[in-house]
Design a protein around this ligand. Structure first.
Ligand code: HEC
Ligand code: HEC
Length: 271
């Protein structure tokens, strides 16, 4: 879980930093030094992140030229040749899958690209590129592939299995988690009015969702709500300012939170 936990810890730094800063803005007592060092670590985390993204950009054109026809422009596994390749055996892998990339890692990725599928215990429909693309470019392609989940995140089948396998949630347990992790944005009664809500609006024109909104939550499925809470808003076409919790919370705990959202919104569970 290297990739997700890196993202998760960035979020943690951001969230803790945000609390420190906003708490001060609200007139609560927080030592100035704490705020300064939190602000520094936020700046460092952001700088490190944008350096990684900028570096990865170098591999994009080579990826588009050699990989996108099978793996798709954002690694969704849906390039123009994908269905044809699939009829001959295995479909091209979805490379925007953070769990797959975590399992494979950058070094192994370079090996697979260089040697191809047949010599990496994968399908021989994955070509080898070692003789066609310079080693340096292959490394750049690997850097680009490593950030695909952040360019256009997808919900993976692993994630859906995890959801299906977790036991049903309990709203009372969800309430306890909610108080601890969610009230700062969503407010003590889940109405979207936590202590960070005004700052989010002032800086980003985004409000934490009012979770008691019956009309809004009635048509949503449990799986949709689960994915937003687990992976964060950026995976489900919501604001990225809704953090993902799968690093901190187990699938069963996220289901407890979904049940809690059902209870406060007075809506029925929809599988
Ligand atoms: C002709 C189609 C095709 C092209 C072009 C192609 N691939 Fe693949 N690729 C595949 C197929 C099919 C698989 C699935 C192999 C398997 O699962 O056995 C695969 C698998 C992979 C995997 C392994 C994923 C895993 O499950 O471990 C990686 C990584 C990968 N490709 C990266 C690339 C990169 C990077 C490029 C461009 C340099 C590229 N591929 C070009 C068809 C292609
Ligand atoms: C840093 C602030 C923040 C925290 C902490 C936070 N949220 Fe959110 N949440 C948001 C924002 C902002 C949105 C609105 C996203 C949008 O509308 O695009 C949101 C939206 C949601 C939604 C609505 C999703 C939808 O389908 O529209 C749910 C459900 C939710 N949050 C649950 C939670 C739960 C459960 C927790 C605690 C585990 C939590 N949130 C913690 C900021 C936060």
């Amino acid at each position: 879980m290297k990739m997700r936990s890196t993202l998760g810890s960035t979020w943690f730094v951001l969230t803790v930093g945000a609390i420190a800063i906003f708490a001060t803005a609200c007139g609560k007592e927080t030592a100035r030094t704490t705020v300064t060092s939190e602000a520094d670590s936020i700046a460092q985390a952001l700088a490190a992140d944008s350096t990684a993204l900028a570096l990865a950009e170098r591999g994009r054109d080579a990826y588009l030229a050699s990989c996108a026809m099978c793996h798709g422009a954002y690694g969704e596994g849906n390039g123009p040749m994908a269905s044809q390749v699939a009829t001959q055996g295995k479909p091209p892998a979805a490379l925007n899958d953070p769990i797959l990339l975590d399992r494979v890692g950058r070094e192994e990725l370079i090996k697979i690209i260089t040697m191809g599928g047949a010599r990496s215990h994968l399908s021989n429909l994955m070509p080898s590129w070692g003789e066609k693309i310079p080693a340096e470019t292959i490394e750049q392609i690997a850097d680009y592939v490593m950030v695909l989940p952040r360019l256009k995140p997808g919900i993976t089948t692993v994630k859906i299995d995890e959801y299906l396998q977790a036991p049903p949630g309990a709203a009372a347990d969800g309430r306890k988690l909610f108080v601890f992790y969610c009230t700062m944005c969503h407010g003590p009664e889940a109405k979207g009015d936590g202590i960070l809500a005004d700052s989010l609006w002032a800086r980003h024109q985004v409000r934490p969702r009012n979770l008691t909104d019956t009309a809004y939550f009635t048509p949503k499925t449990d799986q949709e709500i689960y994915m937003t809470v687990s992976l964060g808003g950026d995976y489900t076409a919501h604001s990225e300012l809704m953090p993902g919790w799968d690093v901190k919370l187990s699938p069963a705990e996220v289901k407890d939170l979904v049940s809690y959202v059902r209870a406060v919104s007075k809506t029925e569970s929809r599988p």
